[in-house]
Design a protein around this ligand. Structure first.
Ligand SMILES: NC(=O)c1ccc[n+]([C@@H]2O[C@H](COP(=O)([O-])OP(=O)(O)OC[C@H]3O[C@@H](n4cnc5c(N)ncnc54)[C@H](OP(=O)(O)O)[C@@H]3O)[C@@H](O)[C@H]2O)c1
Length: 374
């Protein structure tokens, strides 16, 4: 049987994103008698009461938007193959075939169909550096629309928790390092991807507003550069590691050198999609903050593009020449992110070593060459 109730939250007026001082679930009967008392008690202080209804259907029914992509497939693997799914839970993985989330009618219809209690929101217009530079307007508008459709529909349907996906590339361009979760809005993003960045930053703004006005506990994660099976390996539009894997594999089969765009000097923290999938399931179950959390390997595990391409060459047994086209742009030279917050929660989480994760991804790419996104 579907049960419902009301969540009462005390919110600090000057620091609305601050974790609530008091937070409890009451059924409607108890709630009615107590709200006035609570309100009177808190009027003279800097707190106000927010109350909203929630649905409680027992085990979670989790809707994953963008479930057919790199990160969605990794979560599916963790949930279905690694025992991540608990008894009675239902996990639904969506793609554009189920609903075009740019369209509010289709978004509502798919939420009506599955009535989720929890949402992992991954769907986005994503791409590599060169596509971003060409299409900042599309990245801005499409992502604003998708995110607003998903968050507002989740709110209207009483979804208990939404976990959305930001990215470490949305941080200010001119900043101090390492960057952390508190610095998202501290300055302009890099020029190359400002459309995508501002759209993603608005998710954090919306999460704060849904919490302040309605007490919704919607949050966001900030992964660094993700790679793994089911990535987009397209040489022009793919992410850097996957595009380089495809380039190197091609060069090997054609007996030509590999040409890397730029100097190879920029440094990046890469996270294997399966590690990210495991962390996302943890965030969904355990992380209670509205403020986002960076999901990244440690700072000392950051590598240069040159080091990464050498690992790829090793994994694919490529013996040819690796050359760098220094006439092409590098993008941001570094964007070192701190995972100190994650480490406070999960000090012992073990990331797959980069060389091992690159080898697994290259093996998947070669084995699935005919169907992989190239
Ligand atoms: N990859 C990274 O390095 C990285 C880093 C940081 C953050 N992120 C974030 O992680 C999330 C997932 O990224 P990903 O790398 O897994 O992307 P991906 O492999 O390109 O997958 C994108 C997913 O979004 C879906 N989608 C796109 N437009 C849609 C629309 N209009 N309606 C419904 N679904 C739509 C796609 O469905 P179809 O398969 O049907 O097209 C696909 O399932 C994104 O929010 C991204 O910004 C990614």
């Amino acid at each position: 049987m579907q049960e419902g109730g009301t969540i009462v939250t005390l919110i600090h007026l000057r620091r609305p994103n601050y974790p609530p001082h008091f937070y409890c679930k009451l059924n409607e009967f108890v709630f009615k008698g107590r709200l006035r008392l609570l309100y009177m008690l808190t009027r003279s202080y800097q707190w106000f009461v927010s109350a909203h209804s929630y649905i409680n259907t027992g085990p979670m029914r989790v809707l994953v938007t963008g479930g057919s992509g790199l990160v969605g497939k990794a979560i599916e693997h963790v949930v279905l193959q690694e025992g991540g799914k608990l008894e009675g839970e239902e996990w639904i993985f969506l793609s554009t075939k189920d609903a075009d989330l740019l369209d509010v009618g289709q978004t509502r219809a798919v939420f009506e169909k599955y009535r989720p209690t929890h949402v992992i929101h991954l769907a986005a217009k994503v791409g590599g550096l060169f596509l971003h530079m060409k299409e900042n307007m599309h990245f801005l508008r499409d992502n604003l629309r998708i995110n607003d459709n998903v968050l507002q529909t989740a709110h209207e349907m009483g979804v208990t928790k939404v976990l959305s996906c930001l990215s470490s590339c949305i941080f200010p361009d001119k900043t101090t390092y390492p960057i952390d979760e508190t610095m998202i809005h501290n300055g302009q993003p890099h020029d190359s991807n400002f459309g995508y960045s501002y759209a993603k930053r608005m998710i954090d703004v919306q999460n704060r507003a849904y919490f302040q006005q309605f007490g919704r506990r919607y949050t966001a994660i900030i992964p660094t550069n993700v790679f793994g099976p089911y990535d987009n390996f397209n040489i022009e539009n793919g992410h850097v590691l996957s595009a380089l894997m495809n380039k190197t594999y091609k060069a090997k089969t054609e007996g030509t050198p590999v040409t890397v765009c730029g100097t190879g000097a920029p440094r990046r923290q890469f996270i294997y999609s399966l590690d990210l999938g495991r962390l996302i399931v943890w965030v969904l179950r355990e992380y209670e903050e509205i403020a986002p959390i960076i999901l990244s390997v440690n700072e000392e595990d950051e590598v240069s593009i040159k080091e990464a391409v050498e690992m790829i060459a090793d994994a694919l047994d490529f013996k040819g020449k690796i050359q760098f086209d220094t006439t092409l742009p590098d993008g941001q030279m570094k964007k070192t992110a701190s995972n100190a917050k994650l480490r406070r929660y999960l000090p012992n989480f073990t990331f797959t070593p980069l060389q091992e994760a690159i080898k697994k991804t290259c093996d998947w790419f070669v084995a699935n060459y005919d169907t992989a996104r190239t």
